[in-house]
Design a protein around this ligand. Structure first.
Ligand code: FAD
Length: 392
């Protein structure tokens, strides 16, 4: 792979809106990605292996629980810092950002928000340091966009719960130490349970042959009469709103992360276009290529503004789920379109692992599907503005 010469575009001087702390955090994450992710990520993706060696680095830049209070081992940062960290990590690779998103927003967030004080103290510091890695089990083989139909369930056996069922498409599952699993009780109410590796009847087979997010491990969570201690049930929230609250936090991070992938594709295409000579001049001098680049920087700038404003609303605890859906949907589509255009600008070189673009492009096919598909986020906006539910 080519050396990482990334220079972040900031067409509207958005840095002026950031605090010194934001910039320090962003720059530390950016430097870490250049130093520790870029040199190894292409090979990890080619080998379809999550590079576990980067876990301590992710913890060090605050990627595990950026907004979780320091008393639980988190970084205690605001939502814009969280977004900036996700942007920088996904600039390197969406699979690495997925690992961080799951750990922070889908595992640490529910334990922090819905867990007991004992659960917070037991799990959060280890998750923040990367000593424990987590996964989040909501999707099932027959229930993806409609998680309320889930069939994974648990029974109260007096001194423990008995958990049965299966989850599919679970990021980090093959190596997770703990899984936050959503399952129905005997009354059909959804609850979160913390399932720990080593519990009898719990297995996590890996899903192979992916063409996307190859540097992220994906798998199943299978529960066959797993005895879950009663103290592992998340006590403070139940119902579908509980997992959806986690998804709001993760989707917000994706809205920022997608900008990182788009910035990397744009920056790579711009540099290539200035250097690649055809018909006696750089391809950057041809109007068709300028149109592509001009539209890319325009769309990136709009996405940056959307994410920044959403971050302000999140900091004030005023961001609605529908606003988060709009940003996730818009920014991922923006990134995937830029990746496809940028790949074409590199001609044949664009399909090789010498450049990051094709990897981003394939990764974004998962990002546009997970955490609510592109269609589902559109329906959420539709419901929000019309009051009419078009899901069913
Ligand atoms: C790499 C990867 C990692 C993932 N990681 C996790 C994870 O860590 N944890 C987890 O729980 N899940 C995870 N997922 C699952 C992901 O969230 C689901 O794939 C997603 O929610 C879609 O579900 P599905 O694949 O079953 O598609 P389906 O729900 O079957 O959808 C198929 C198509 O039908 C459309 N559709 C569905 N319902 C409607 C409707 N009402 N109206 C119009 N169109 C509709 C969808 O938009 C889609 O285009 C991951 C997925 C991938 C690919």
């Amino acid at each position: 792979m080519k050396p990482d010469l990334f220079e972040a575009p900031d067409y509207y001087n958005l840095d002026d809106l950031l605090t010194e702390e934001h910039k320090l955090i962003r720059d530390a994450a950016r430097a870490w990605v250049k130093r520790d992710v870029s040199p190894i990520i292409e090979q990890a993706a080619q080998d379809a292996k999550f590079p576990k060696s980067i876990i301590p680095g992710l913890a060090e830049i605050g990627a595990f629980g950026p907004y979780i209070p320091e008393q639980y081992g988190g970084a205690g940062l605001d939502q814009i810092s969280y977004g900036l960290i996700m942007q920088e990590i996904e600039r390197g690779d969406s699979g690495v950002r997925s690992t961080a998103s799951v750990q922070s927003s889908l595992v640490m967030y529910p334990i922090w928000k819905y867990g007991s004080e004992e659960q917070r103290n037991k799990f959060l510091p280890k998750l923040a340091s990367g000593e424990f890695m987590g996964s989040f089990g909501l999707t099932e083989p027959d229930h993806g966009s409609n998680p309320s139909g889930m069939v994974t369930s648990f029974k109260d056996m007096g001194d423990h719960y008995l958990l049965n069922g299966a989850k599919l498409w679970i990021s980090n599952s093959p190596f997770c130490d703990v899984a936050v699993v959503w399952a129905k009780n005997e009354e059909g109410r959804i609850h979160g349970l913390i399932v720990e590796r080593g519990m009898e009847g719990f297995s996590t087979p890996e899903t192979h042959n992916k063409w996307s997010l190859r540097a992220s491990a994906t798998g199943e969570l299978i529960f066959q009469d797993v005895k879950v201690p009663k103290e592992n049930l998340l006590p403070n929230k139940s119902g579908l709103g509980a997992p959806l609250g986690c998804l709001d936090s993760a989707r917000y991070g994706i809205a920022w992360g997608a900008i990182g992938a788009a910035m990397d594709c744009y920056d790579t295409a711009l540099r290539y276009a200035k250097e690649r000579i055809q018909f006696g001049k750089p391809i950057a001098a041809f109007q068709l290529q300028q149109k592509k680049l001009a539209e890319m920087i325009t769309e990136i700038t709009k996405a940056q503004l959307l994410a920044f404003r959403l971050g302000q609303l999140k900091n004030e605890d005023r961001a609605t789920s529908a606003q988060i859906s709009m940003a996730k949907r818009n920014n991922v589509e923006m990134a995937i379109k830029i990746a496809r255009e940028a790949r074409q600008m590199l001609g044949g070189m664009g399909i090789t692992g010498e450049y990051s673009i094709m990897r981003h492009m394939m990764n974004l096919e998962s990002v546009i599907t997970y955490e609510g598909t592109h269609d589902i986020h559109l329906l959420i906006t539709g419901l929000d503005i019309t009051g009419e539910n078009a899901f069913k």
